[in-house]
Design a protein around this ligand. Structure first.
Ligand code: AMP
Length: 513
């Protein structure tokens, strides 16, 4: 089924309630949104774009993203949303690699790409969504029905954030995204037509994927005027619009919670903050629940099985009486309905509960493969299972706890050390704001553990007290051999700490010694 049918149905059932907002200003209802998508589809067809052709979106969050996604699908095309925070050279790589034939941009970032002097031979036109050329595409006769697409046809080429090398294009099909949509209702949060989804993270990634369940439910869509994350704006919008949900990375959750706490607010009007994309520390989610109440749910996913591997529901996060409550809220929850999740050893054999190995996933949300990269596909999907590169363990009840990415494991004196475990301990120190633990090559031990530590504003961190804390909580061999107190940690555009950069820094020092 073509995903565009979700919008067709919403337009028939939703009536004239507002569907799309910029800030608190309503822009259109569902019938108008569907008409715009159908008209775009008609224009794209008249431009001669054939089924399966790729259309790029290099845009900061913008109200036109939703009509563009659905307009492209309506015309039988595939979308290539590109992270707006990328450098023009990185965006250029994606546009070229995916063979985009038409590129939609917002001027703030699109102009730099257009003027970078980089060749874009496949791109017929770069259309700025705030200029006349875009308005012209919204005129003319609409395409009455979405073009038929089989469930296995490409819908979205999702370029992974990858902290090294070139990004890879994850091929997501209509089936993948439909199952992701249904899992949102089944495992993350039911959606009511009165609900709203707020786009405070880039719509090219997780936040944008969540427009699908909210179109399916004929709910409201809100693009904040800041076009991004602003804690004060989110709280104000939620108070006014009510029943607002959003996807947020853990760093955003922390900032939102601290802002709310400072203002003496509890997030009135916020329904559900779905967090994921990186580790949420137990202390942080406890603080979030304490300040804002039961407004949270967690998902664990990756581009290769988008937003849909496991979920930790609101009910689990609120089940404080459960004997293993703390372990559970430190986990990423249980398998979502459309997938099987296992933990396997290096040969892909099932491990028993409690044993640590690679997380593998099978099901209808797992990508069709990497775009034009058979070798990488064969390395990642083996025997029908997606090898996630994440390391974790399942408990008897099926709760998955992530230890780390497999490549982040530190092997010291033959023992595996999972950085996250050490980071959790160090974060308990009252003077520590952020921490990242990596391995440094060592002639004696193979690798030794190094902790990069950022102090809280105005606080000083004493390495000795950090060491004492580790001694109290973890095996001696896991203790960092060195603490580096730094002003900030290097992060990628998604706020994920770039451990590769920290490792390179350490390797560079060794070379110059
Ligand atoms: P990406 O494909 O860029 O979305 O990155 C996916 C990766 O982010 C996963 O493979 C995990 O390593 C990490 N990740 C996603 N969700 C979570 C989560 N809830 N907790 C910890 N790590 C996560």
């Amino acid at each position: 089924m073509n995903l565009a049918h979700l919008l067709v149905r919403a337009a028939r059932t939703a009536g004239t309630r507002p569907a799309l907002f910029l800030g608190s200003t309503p822009l259109s209802d569902y019938p108008a949104l569907a008409r715009r998508a159908a008209t775009l589809a008609g224009s794209l067809q008249r431009l001669g774009l054939q089924r399966g052709a790729r259309v790029g979106l290099f845009m900061t969050n913008h109200p036109s993203v939703i009509e563009l996604l659905f307009g492209c699908w309506w015309a039988g095309l595939a979308v290539v949303p590109i992270n707006p925070k990328l450098h023009p050279r990185e965006a250029h790589y994606i546009v070229s690699h995916s063979g985009v034939s038409l590129l939609f941009v917002t001027g703030d970032i699109g102009d730099a790409l257009a003027n970078a002097g980089l060749p874009l031979p496949d791109v017929r036109e770069i259309v700025d969504v705030d200029r006349a050329a875009y308005r012209a595409l919204l005129e003319g006769s609409p395409l009455a029905e979405p073009v038929h697409r089989a469930s296995d046809d490409l819908a979205w080429l999702f370029y992974t954030s990858g902290t090294t090398g070139h990004p890879k294009g994850v091929m997501l099909t209509h089936r993948n995204l439909l199952l992701m949509t249904l899992c949102y209702f089944a495992d993350v949060d039911p959606v009511d037509p009165r609900d709203a989804i707020l786009y405070a993270a880039p719509m090219s990634h997780g936040a944008g994927l969540y427009c699908l369940p909210h179109v399916a439910a004929a709910a409201r869509h809100v693009v904040p005027e800041s076009r991004g994350f602003d804690a004060a704006e989110i709280l104000t919008l939620a108070r006014g619009l009510r029943d607002v949900s959003m996807f947020a990375a853990p760093t955003m959750v922390r900032r939102l919670v601290e802002h709310a706490a400072k203002q003496g607010e509890e997030g009135e009007g916020l329904k559900t903050v779905v967090y994921g994309g990186g580790p949420m520390y137990v202390e942080d989610i406890q603080r979030a629940l304490e300040v804002m109440g039961p407004r949270f749910a967690q998902i664990y996913g990756q581009g290769e099985s988008p937003m849909t591997i496991t979920a930790l529901s609101r009910a689990h996060l609120c089940d404080t009486g459960h004997p293993r409550y703390l372990e559970r809220i430190g986990s990423v929850g249980v398998a979502q309905s459309a997938v099987e999740v296992r933990v396997a050893d290096a040969d892909g054999r099932n491990l028993a509960p409690g044993e640590t190995g690679e997380v593998i996933v099978r099901g209808d949300t797992v990508m069709a493969g990497y775009w034009r990269d058979e070798a990488a596909t064969a390395g990642t999907i083996r025997g029908g299972w997606l090898f996630t590169g994440d390391v974790g363990s399942l408990d008897e009840d099926g709760f998955l706890t992530l230890r780390d990415r497999s490549k982040d494991v530190i092997i010291s004196g033959g023992s595996n050390i999972y950085p996250r475990e050490v980071e959790e301990v160090l974060l308990h120190h009252p003077a520590v704001a952020e921490v990242s633990v990596v391995g440094q090559r060592d002639p004696e031990w193979g690798e030794i553990v190094i902790a990069f530590v950022v102090a809280r504003d105005g606080a000083t961190v004493d390495p000795q007290s950090l060491d004492e804390l580790c001694r109290e909580h973890i095996a001696r061999f896991k203790r960092p051999k060195q603490y580096r107190i730094v002003d900030a940690l290097p992060k990628n555009h998604y706020g994920k700490v770039l451990k590769t950069e920290l490792r390179a820094r350490l390797a560079g020092e060794q070379l110059s010694n």
